[in-house]
Design a protein around this ligand. Structure first.
Ligand code: HPA
Ligand code: ZN
Length: 366
């Protein structure tokens, strides 16, 4: 099988011969074992049906589904909106600080077990404040889980506050006001929810304010929306990363810009298949994005809903796309560290671990 030989930096540290020395049947183990960062993960999208039922019982709420299995069976989505309707409804079981903690802790334990060294986690405060849950309750629970994960699991976990794009910019400003007393509990802001009909321009002023505050800025764009939304996210919102971005390939000029500036794309393969952005993993454009020299990363988006966490995304995607081999696994993991907002010293230490693992696999010691 020929490797894709991605043309762009970063230059690979291991000898290229190292990649060809790793047999294809070792790929699933390599993908699971390799250290990596997860940069596109909605914490509300990690609420497993079992936890939804447990929290509903704890909070004295009844659910419109008689069992975990019937709830899971309702996860048959036709597009982004059909998913978001279920996702927001399920989040209504989250009421107390302990609920937010339990949800985030469950994710962080799983992530650490999958060798995720760094997780930059989205949360949707407006989904909760609209139901009367104080912002403070949400952020305290999530932050406590991140702190404990650092101490006990050795994972760097940071929060990114997402504005819901189906709501108004004034509502985003009101959320930012509520968040400012907790400014040091989150590293940046993002933009999620229904993409079509809600272009980035709608949030130009609130993103400008967030940049002035020194927050990192990212946005979902080019998942269902056109390449023009990716351009607006870059030009108007001045984002540092694009979440999804897979539709960029429709515009060669845009691809050149993204590649030249090394703007990361946080791609989510299982999500894209579940929400019908692509018909199947075998038809996903991840190989083409890599060949175009883009700084692509693989992520799980809403793993409780889309069929798997980060390892499952990697293993299934590599199994479906024979163009992807050990060299591409290395590039994806390395990109994930490069694209993170972590300090340079941590990134260098993580890349050193990555290099050591690939060398061990090449020597048959993995
Ligand atoms: N796209 C947009 N909004 C979201 C998503 C997504 O994949 N997941 C949770 N909110
Ligand atoms: Zn997302």
């Amino acid at each position: 099988m020929t490797a894709l030989a991605p043309s762009a930096p970063p230059a690979t540290t291991p000898d290229p011969a190292c990649f060809s020395a790793i047999a294809r049947e070792r790929l699933p183990a390599l993908l699971r074992r390799m250290p990596k960062a997860e940069l596109h993960l909605h914490i509300e999208g990690t609420l497993e049906p079992e936890l939804i039922f447990r929290l509903a019982a704890r909070n004295g709420l009844s659910l419109p589904y008689p069992s975990v299995d019937t709830l899971r069976a309702a996860y048959a989505f036709t597009d982004l909106q059909s998913f978001l309707d279920v996702y927001y409804a399920a989040a209504s079981v989250l009421r107390e600080e302990a609920d937010f903690f339990d949800m985030a802790w469950a994710y962080l334990e799983r992530a650490a077990a999958q060798n995720v060294l760094c997780a930059e986690i989205f949360f949707d405060p407006q989904t909760h404040t609209a139901r009367g849950v104080p912002f403070e309750t949400v952020i305290r629970g999530l932050h406590h889980a991140c702190q404990r994960a650092h101490a006990e699991l050795g994972i760097e976990a940071r929060l990114i506050l997402c504005f819901l794009r189906h709501l108004s910019e004034d509502e985003a400003f009101a959320t930012l006001e509520q968040a400012l007393p907790w400014r040091h509990h989150f590293i940046g802001v993002g933009l999620d929810s229904s993409e079509r009909g809600h272009p980035p321009e709608k949030f130009a002023r609130v993103f400008a304010r967030c940049r002035e505050l020194g927050l990192h800025v990212v946005a979902h764009a080019g998942e269902e929306g056109p390449p023009a939304y990716i351009e607006a996210a870059l030009d108007v919102l001045q984002v540092e990363r694009i979440d999804h971005g897979v539709r960029c390939l429709e515009s060669p000029d845009l691809v050149r810009r993204l590649a030249a500036r090394r703007i990361p794309l946080t791609v989510c393969p299982l999500s894209n298949v579940k929400l019908r952005v692509f018909d199947s993993l075998a038809r996903h454009n991840l190989p083409a994005l890599l060949v175009a020299g883009l700084c692509v990363t693989v992520n799980s988006d809403d793993p409780a809903y889309f069929g798997g966490y980060l390892d499952q995304n990697l293993v299934e995607t590599f199994a479906a796309l024979p163009q992807l081999g050990a060299a591409e696994a290395y590039v994806l993991a390395r990109n994930s560290f490069e694209a993170s907002f972590a300090p340079a010293v941590l990134k260098a230490a993580w890349v050193a671990q990555l290099d050591a693992l690939f060398q061990a696999f090449a020597l048959g010691q993995g």
